[in-house]
Design a protein around this ligand. Structure first.
Ligand code: PEP
Ligand code: MN
Length: 352
């Protein structure tokens, strides 16, 4: 159940609502989310009678009560008729338009590498820089990332290029330090159901890129988003990055179906990662175009000035020239499908 709170509700009205929810036995009232004109409160109202719902709806704090059948409430379409738009610096994720492209290496390796990557990303028309400082590696013997030193290098790359930064946070006790440097926090696929991390990241107030767990259902993914939303942080973006299948031909199977499906289930913006989604650099451009055609709000890819020398995920990492081609293709697909006039589409950012 969603309880839409009147914009003019006083603190007393809200306290009365909380008491009434407890008295009626509503389970686990979640946090309020600032969406639209007033706040929205997500509540599990499955145990409430129709009469109890009517009593709640009549309270002075309440604009309206909406029944939601899905276990996720704040993430559901019912919470917001308008698609949510998440802003990261001057970048807009969601709400239509040519999907912006986020690019950068899998890992921050050294100063020259990340600055060169950022400059190449910018020159190709990418809007944001990605790069892992804390790396969730399958093997403990592989490169684990530079940690806080890597965050400092990302901040330097932002200074040089002006591109905002998205980078992964792996532990609740590192949220503050990562949030100090990053413009957007990434919750990696392996941590999608790390609920303590979701809550800590939510409380940072930063925009959050929530990757889909490699074996997670759409519902589990939206419930993970719900944990962040329930902290009162509305800046959540979902990232499809491929799921496990029986077939080792590709690293994962990029679930393009998830894009239009999510569109019908949630107001949250949807980003697609064809790099982790395929594991093969020759498949990154075609799948970025497929994701654009399916309605993705943005694309995130791994790009490195010397892809074969990348310390992690080299096989799926494209070079700057391919990124240029990808961005032109994304734009062309979007215009072909959505624009009556190409002049309504903003030009690609020029090289610095
Ligand atoms: C990454 O973005 O480099 C990464 C580790 O992604 P994922 O969590 O999707 O595997
Ligand atoms: Mn990677």
């Amino acid at each position: 159940m969603l309880i839409f709170i009147r914009p003019d509700a006083t603190a007393g009205d809200r306290a009365e609502l909380r008491h009434a929810l407890a008295a009626e036995g509503a389970r686990g009232p979640l946090g309020t989310l600032p969406l639209g004109a007033g706040d929205v409160l997500g509540v599990d109202g499955s145990s409430l009678t129709a009469a109890a719902r009517d009593r709640l709806a009549a309270l002075p704090a309440v604009a309206r009560v909406v029944k939601v059948r899905t276990p996720y409430k704040l993430a559901s379409r019912a919470a917001s008729e308008q698609p949510s738009v998440v802003r990261v610096g001057e970048v807009t994720l969601g709400g239509g338009g040519v999907p912006p492209v986020i690019a950068g290496p899998c890992s921050v390796e050294n100063e020259d590498q990340i600055i060169e990557s950022a400059q190449a990303a910018r020159a190709a028309g990418a809007c944001m820089l990605r790069g892992g400082a804390f790396k969730p590696r399958t093997s403990p013997y592989t490169f684990q990332g530079l940690g806080i030193a890597g965050l400092r290098l990302l901040a330097r790359a932002r200074e040089v290029t002006g591109l905002p930064i998205v980078t992964e946070v792996m532990e609740p006790n590192l949220v503050d330090v990562v949030a100090e440097y990053a413009d957007m926090l990434q919750i990696g696929a392996r941590n999608m159901q790390n609920y303590a991390l979701l809550v800590a990241a939510g409380h940072s107030g930063k925009p959050i890129l929530l990757k889909r767990g490699p074996s997670s259902t759409i519902e589990e993914w939206l419930l993970a988003a719900e944990y962040i939303l329930a902290t009162g942080n509305p800046h959540v973006v979902l990232c499809e990055r491929g799921i496990r299948s029986f077939d080792p031909a590709t690293r994962n199977v990029l679930d393009v179906t998830a894009v239009p499906l999510l569109r019908s289930l949630t107001h949250l913006p949807i980003v697609v990662d064809p790099s982790h989604g395929t594991g093969r650099r020759d498949l990154v451009v075609p799948m970025a175009l497929a994701a654009t055609a399916a309605g993705a709000d943005a694309i995130i890819v791994e790009m490195h000035p010397q892809p074969d020398a990348a310390l992690s995920d080299a096989a799926q990492t494209i070079d700057p020239a391919t990124l240029h081609e990808l961005i032109a293709g994304v734009r062309a697909v979007h215009i072909a499908l959505h624009s009556t006039s190409a002049t309504t589409v903003a030009p690609i950012a020029s090289a610095s």
